[in-house]
Every structure is written in C-alpha cells, then in structure tokens.
Design a protein around this ligand. Structure first.
Ligand code: GLU
Length: 477
C-alpha cells in the first residue's frame, strides 16, 4: 500500500503554527514511506474563505519547504461530486430525507434542554415511508447512522477511542439548499484522493466517529486516523497570539529559518530519544506516529530562538547574505552597492556566529554597510572620549598604515608589536578600534572586521574617529 497523506486547511486566515505542524507531520510521514503528500483547500465556507488566505497558505507551506504532490484540490469545486454521493446513499436507503423545519428542530432542542437530555435529532423522518413526505417542503438529507453498538476508532496516537452509537444522531449530509455539509465533503474527498492516513489536530477527533460511520455507509475503506494533541503556550494554556499562535509568515518576518522551524515544529509533539537537533533528512528517516506524545506540547520561544541560532551558524554564507540584503536595504532605505554586498559575504562567517535570528544578523551587520562617518553608540562614544584610547588608536594607525599585506594576521601582528613596545596588553587597542570601525562595543573579531572592510575603509573610519565630527545616526554606504 502506498501511503497517501494530506493537509486540509480552511483558508479563513493565515497558516498558523499548529497548521504548519500538522502539514509537517503529514509531509514527513509520506516522505518516510516514499508515499504522497496531498494538499486540499477546504474552501466551502464561502463567507469566510478568501483568495488572499489561500495564497498565504500556499506561501507558508512553500516557505516551510513542504512540497506537495500534484495540484492542490479545491474542495468547493467538488460540491457536485459530494452531493452525488449523498444521492446515492439516499437511493440505497442509507440516508433519508428529513422535512423537519427549523422551528420544529428548535422546539425539540428546547424540550430536550428543559428535560436535561442531550440535544440530539431524534430520527423523526428516519423510518417514515416516502408516501408521507409533504409536498413542496424543503428537506435535508441525513445519514441513517447505526443507533446500536459502538463506533471504535483505532487511532495511532490516541489508541482505541470509542463512542456508543446512540450518542450520535443522524447527521445532515445535504442542506435544504442542496449544498453538502463539511462532514460529507471531507469524507468524499479523502476517499476520492485515496488518503490512507488522516493526521490532524485532536480537535477533530469527535468528527472522526461520524466520518467513520459515513465511510461505512458508502462501503469505503476507512483511512487510519492519527489525532495529534494541540499546541499549548509555555504556561500550559491554549495557544493564543500572545504565546506565539501567529502565522508562519510572522516567524519568517521575525527572522527564523525554515529548517529551524521544521526542526522546532517536529519536536513539538514528537521525539526521538533526547535528540533536539534533528535535520530534515534525519526527520524523514526517523518519523513515525508511535513517537507522537499524547499530551499537549508547549510552545517555547527561547528554544526556537536557540535552535535557529544553530541553523544560522550551519547555513551557507552565500544564502544568508542573500536573505540579509533585503533586510538591510529595508533598514537603511537604500540599495546596497556590490561592494557592500561583497563585504557582507566575506564577513558572514564572523557575523553569523553571533546572531540567533536574521533580524539580529541584520542589526549586527549594519556597520559593514553604513556610510562614513559612522555613528557611534553610547558605549563607543564613551570609549572615544578617552585620551589614552585616542592615543592608542593613533599609534595603531601609524603602525598599520604602511603594511604591505592587509590581513587579519598581519593586522593582529601589528597590534601585538605595538602592545609590546608600549608595554600594554593586546586587548587594550581592541576597544577603540572596535568603536572606530563598528561604532559599537560588540562586533565580530576586530582584525577580521578590518580585513573585511579593507585598508581604505578601515583607515578612513579610524581617521573619522580620531578627528572628525560625528553624526547622530548612521547613514548607509
Ligand atoms: N479543514 C480543517 C481545519 O482546517 C481540517 C479538516 C481535516 O483535517 O480533516 O481544521
């Protein structure tokens, strides 16, 4: 049997983080077995589904790197097929027309409520003969569901879950206007798409009972279900915006890398021993549904950020530079020159060591592309206000000015020679140098920075720090 999974989002908003995890689990399960991962857009709620949300979902899934097989199925377009299945059930006596009016149903419900009974449709039209049907009265089509025995779902995550059939009433398959209900559409689509495993949030577990009954009535094979516990916030409460229940695009904008997101989402509910860092390749190799936990997982921003730092350090320098350029262009409001981009590329090894997100990377890389004279932050300004720091910097400038080769090693050697001659520690020169070259008290290793900036730019920045006037804000190169 080829494994076929699907992700079936409703396009009523962005692709939220829980949806991203569901998509990831389905994708991993399919890829693990060399099967198929399909996408279905459940756009039958016409009032709430929007084109923009469909696009946002495609974008989010693509950004996460979860490629789906074939064309996405649009559910609303299949309404005719869904209705056809209901009509077949009607012909076979497995469904029936119910002529109860809304008023009648409301009265029944109120009566049940008053008596403290569960509110269920009592099967009024279930066994009536067709000859009793009133003429010209609208009807809905209901499933003639079994009212004795039990429905048992052998869920791969939740174990066996069961419900007594008399607890479930006869669900509506077609509304009075002839449109299919959500429950009917899901089952018909999953069947027609050949879905073998339905992996989704456990908020759909109760739907699975009715869906199971519908499969049986249709004479179709029931897929295997796996209902994953939902994601909670760090405090254990249901995930809200405050906890990080944002769209996947928000995580991209916060500077997270898709591979870090995949690793983090995987660990939200699934484990492989004590492993925290799991590459996508390993995830495909190891993923199974047995290792999905039964309790809700907690969303932890700090963990995600640290994991992202790991993937940033691992990422290719050229790729990071490509991601960084638009961020810096937005920050500076300028188009970066080829020279500035080349500097970022050469300086990337040192830069990425210190950043946990792309936004941090952009902050720390700004000095490489800032124009002269550089603005100094408060600490750097304080350093440059010191007479000895200025004297040390001036002496260093003299030492390096005539260097034949301008590399981190020759520059460090020069600093060493100077420190020895002046009876100082090597670290002494680093402070004013950093202030002059990076405009702050933190930067990648300073001799590396000098090599990346090159002779002309480095000496120019030192010159500015020694004598020139300072702007209050940095401008772009
Ligand atoms: N469209 C449903 C949702 O977005 C998912 C239905 C399913 O996976 O069966 O929650």
């Amino acid at each position: 049997m080829t494994v076929v999974t699907r992700f079936a989002p409703s396009p009523t908003g962005f692709l939220h983080i829980g949806g991203g995890r569901t998509a990831l689990f389905n994708w991993l399960f399919a890829r693990h077995f060399g099967g198929k991962f399909l996408l279905r857009i459940e756009d039958t709620d016409r009032a709430r589904s929007t084109e923009a949300a469909v696009e946002a979902i495609f974008d989010g899934i693509r950004w996460l790197g979860l490629d789906w097989d074939g064309e996405a199925v649009m559910q609303f377009a299949r309404a005719g097929r869904h209705a056809e299945v209901a009509r077949r059930l009607l012909d076979e006596g497995k469904a029936y027309r119910c002529y109860c009016s809304q008023d009648e149903l409301t009265a029944i419900r109120e009566d049940q409520r008053a008596k403290g009974l569960p509110m269920r449709y009592p099967g009024i039209w279930r066994d009536r003969a067709a000859s009793e049907a009133p003429e010209g009265v609208p009807f809905v089509v209901r499933l003639k569901a079994p009212n004795e025995g039990e429905t048992i779902i052998a869920d791969l995550v939740q174990g066996d879950v069961r419900v007594a059939n008399d607890q479930l009433d006869d669900m509506v398959l077609l509304r009075a206007d002839g449109t299919p209900t959500y429950m009917l559409s899901v089952v018909v689509d999953d069947h027609d798409m050949g879905i073998t495993h339905v992996i989704r949030g456990d908020d759909h577990l109760t739907n699975a009972f009715r869906q199971y009954q519908l499969y049986k009535a249709c004479g179709w094979e029931v897929p295997t279900f796996a209902h994953i516990p939902l994601i909670h916030g760090a405090d254990g409460a249901k995930l809200s915006k405050r906890h990080g229940a944002l769209g996947v695009d928000a995580y991209r904008d916060m500077g997270f890398l898709p591979e870090a997101m995949r690793n983090y989402l995987l660990r939200l509910g699934w484990s492989h021993g004590d492993d925290e860092i799991i590459s996508t390749g390993q995830a495909i190799e190891w993923f199974n549904l047995d290792s999905v936990g039964r309790s809700p997982s907690r969303f932890d921003f700090v963990k995600l950020t640290n994991l992202n730092g790991h993937y940033m350090r691992d990422a290719d320098d050229g790729r990071l530079t490509g991601l960084l350029v638009p961020l810096l262009e937005a920050k500076t409001g300028t188009v970066l020159s080829g020279k500035a981009v080349a500097r970022l590329r050469t300086g990337m090894t040192g830069l990425k060591e210190r950043a946990k997100t792309m936004l941090e990377l952009a902050d720390s890389a700004l000095f490489y592309v800032a124009g002269r004279p550089l603005a100094l932050d408060e600490k750097a300004a304080r350093t440059m206000a010191d007479e000895t720091a200025i004297a040390d910097l001036a002496a260093y400038r003299t030492e390096v000015k005539g260097l034949e080769s301008w590399t981190r090693d020759t520059l460090e050697d020069a600093a060493r020679r100077l420190a020895e001659a002046r009876g100082q520690k090597l670290g002494k020169i680093a402070q004013p140098l950093r202030a002059a070259l990076a405009g702050s008290s933190v930067s990648p290793p300073i001799f590396e920075v000098m090599e990346v900036l090159g002779r002309e730019e480095s000496l120019g920045r030192i010159e500015d720090a020694l004598g020139g006037t300072r702007p209050t804000e940095s401008s772009a190169a």
